[in-house]
Design a protein around this ligand. Structure first.
Ligand code: PTJ
Length: 260
């Protein structure tokens, strides 16, 4: 489907198209489309834009990735569909390894996701021949590489399920995840926006070790999450006022793009 650029929710519709195309190509599972819908609902409330606290968390994440000895980016079906090019760019900038790690794992799909990343310019993507298991995980998500997630000190896990994040934290790794669900205690932002911001901050911080160290020192995850909730409260208040002023007929008043 051709989406007109003038559409107020152009970016969101493009993301849907990418996911549907990737589902048809066997890269994304049907469950991935459902998961995206949950993310979209949150993004709608956030105004489909990166909040100031998310930017702070992304800058801190860039600092952690730059300071890592063995940084790894974990990629699943949705991430490959939405942000292969951006992930590859980020991996090259840090530099970090990329490992395909799927919840609904099949060898065929791992191969497809690896190929998608290679098409976007990645080399030596891990995931096809795992040689370790993350302790405490029953699902196939436990399968990992010693040179990749298993041996990493900092892991970026966009669209994370909580179980694996906890297991990785138990292994004493720094885990950075991105999820629009504010209950997830992560960087609360849309994945494609977050990866682009990470690229920007890595570029900015890379030449400045002192600032990178300072950013890591001052970052306070709980304080940041508190700020995310304050932002959401402000957004909801604003949406409520615009809906009650215009009445329920004024649908556009509740469109996030109209209050950007
Ligand atoms: O490719 P696989 O087999 O590894 O499976 C991928 C999915 C996404 C199906 C799997 O990881 C899964 O079931 O994920 P969950 O537990 O449903 O969590 C997905 C989370 O991602 C939800 O909390 C959504 O809010 C969030 N989400 C979805 N799309 C986006 C998002 N967050 C940020 N940006 C998005 N584009």
């Amino acid at each position: 489907m051709k989406i007109p650029r003038s559409h107020p929710r152009y970016d969101s519709l493009v993301r849907r198209e990418r996911l549907v195309r990737a589902w048809k190509a066997g890269i994304v599972v049907p469950e991935g489309l459902i998961a995206h819908g949950r993310g979209e609902a949150w993004d709608y409330l956030f105004g489909e834009m990166t909040s100031a606290p998310a930017l702070v968390a992304e800058r801190a994440a860039a600092a952690y990735l730059l300071a890592a000895a063995r940084p790894v980016i974990s990629v699943n079906g949705n991430v490959a569909a939405l942000a292969s090019r951006e992930v590859v760019r980020l991996a090259k900038m840090i530099p970090a390894r990329i490992e395909v790690n799927l919840f609904h794992r099949s060898e065929v799909r791992v191969r497809r996701v690896v190929r998608e990343l290679e098409r976007a310019g990645a080399r030596n993507v891990l995931g096809l021949r795992p040689n370790a298991r993350i302790p405490g995980i029953e699902s196939k998500r436990a399968l990992s590489h010693r040179d990749g997630i298993f041996g990493a000190d900092v892991v970026l896990v966009p669209l994370e399920d909580g179980d694996r994040a906890e297991a990785l934290v138990r292994m004493k790794k720094t885990v950075i995840s991105v999820d629009l669900n504010p209950l997830s205690r992560t960087i609360v932002d849309e994945l494609t926006r977050a990866v682009l911001n990470l690229c920007k901050f890595v570029d900015e911080l890379k030449p400045d070790e002192t600032e990178t160290l300072r950013v890591r020192r001052v970052y306070n995850r709980n304080g940041n999450l508190g700020a995310v909730y304050s932002f959401l409260e402000w957004r909801l208040g604003r949406l409520r006022r615009s809906v009650t002023r215009g009445g329920m007929r004024s649908k556009s008043a509740s469109q996030p793009s109209s209050v950007r």
